[in-house]
Design a protein around this ligand. Structure first.
Ligand code: DAH
Length: 370
């Protein structure tokens, strides 16, 4: 690529200017093609400097030699042609015909190979993730998802689940009640639901059997917060009602669900328990999925972890529903229900030792699950 000076101007007539600028254009194209043949980024940079270099560039020389010294009348004609020359040079610099190894073609051009501005993707909260996974296990068994309100009436949270007013089992569910409800009849008073079980009744009121639903959601209790207690936590509830549903169905369903969720080598065992809305009732333990039952910190060296409550739906519960759905006749149908705390399961699964971390909204904690 030649570095010698620019052509001489032999006058300021339109013809003379056309000739001079045509000559320059030819030189632009020739030097660009020469750089193309070399095909290196150095060649492109040399081409750029040759024409656009701030100190020695040929455009600069043209401006000095032709434009600045021109008589006033000729300046406009020269200026117009001069202004057309720069885009011609630049169009070579952004030309896509350079070999693919060419990096930047113009200092000001956008480098499309640079990574774009990324908005960090959110990650699923470990609690929500656990809940989704557990719900999915039941969905694969044909369960649909039920929902209900977090602010409940005394009737749905307690009475219809066979906790009569004054029943001692109410005391186990340290209830947060909504203020200024005293003038209402007890059954209509509002409270924060203490469990997801009221959705069992709400669902049965809406549809005749058969029912297979799984309910996930937030529940509230007046518990003092510590490493394992939070006034807000989450439950997953299940209800299955049909003809000929037996305790074996309950055992088979939960055993399968636990194996799906924790791994196929996990075993389950059932102990007698009490819930007002199931009879008989049971507490379910699973063999520790972390140590295989040998005993470790997570299972407090017992080899077993207590995970959920369950039982056969008490006929009295069907009695509460029958007013709205007569098909819930305890002589013709039967069912089972179960409920479990999600927070504990998530904490166990991810090795989280303090429940408050799940509610802190601290990005440094949450990022670890991204
Ligand atoms: N609602 C109970 C609780 O919060 C858990 C529970 C136990 C739910 C047994 C059920 C069940 O559906 O059958 O303590």
């Amino acid at each position: 690529m030649s570095q010698e000076g620019i052509p001489q101007l032999d006058g300021y007539s339109e013809d003379a200017l056309d000739r001079a600028f045509a000559e320059l254009e030819k030189e632009v194209d020739a030097s660009a093609l020469e750089a193309t043949k070399r095909g290196t980024s150095d060649a492109v940079e040399e081409f750029r400097l040759l024409w656009l270099g701030r100190k020695q560039g040929r455009l600069k020389q043209v401006s000095e030699a032709w434009l600045k010294s021109a008589p006033v009348e000729a300046r406009k004609s020269i200026g117009l042609r001069f202004n057309a020359l720069k885009p011609r040079i630049e169009s070579w610099l952004v030309w896509e015909g350079w070999t693919s190894t060419q990096p930047t073609l113009d200092a000001e051009a956008i480098d499309v190979t640079l990574p774009g501005t990324h908005r960090a993707l959110g990650a699923e909260h470990p609690l929500i993730k656990t809940m989704h996974e557990m719900v999915a296990v039941f969905q694969r068994m044909g369960y649909s998802v039920g929902v209900g309100p977090e602010v409940e009436t005394d009737y749905y949270n307690f009475e219809s689940l066979n906790f009569p007013p004054g029943h001692p089992a109410r005391d186990t569910q340290d209830t947060l009640v909504v203020a200024n409800q005293d003038r209402k009849p007890l059954r209509d008073r509002l409270l924060m639901r203490t469990h997801t079980s009221p959705v069992q009744i709400r669902t049965m009121e809406q549809q005749p059997p058969p029912v297979r639903i799984v309910i996930r959601g937030k529940v509230h209790r007046n518990d003092a917060a510590d490493a394992t207690h939070s006034p807000i936590f989450h439950q997953i509830e299940g209800l299955c009602v049909d003809t000929n549903i037996t305790f074996s169905d309950l055992k088979g369903t939960l055993d399968h669900a636990m194996k799906e969720f924790f791994g196929s080598s996990v075993k389950t065992r059932f102990f007698p328990s009490f819930f007002p809305f199931t009879e008989p009732s049971a507490d379910v333990q699973i063999s520790c999925p972390f140590c295989g039952g040998k005993g470790c910190r997570k299972c407090k060296y017992s080899g077993w972890i207590e995970l959920l409550g369950c039982g056969m739906v008490d006929p009295a519960v069907f009695g509460f529903v029958q007013g709205k759905q007569p098909a819930y006749d305890p002589k013709k149908i039967s069912g089972f229900a179960f409920g479990m705390g999600v927070d504990r399961i998530a904490m166990m699964k991810y090795g989280i030792s303090d429940i408050s971390l799940l509610y802190s909204g601290d990005a440094r904690f949450l990022e670890q699950f991204a």
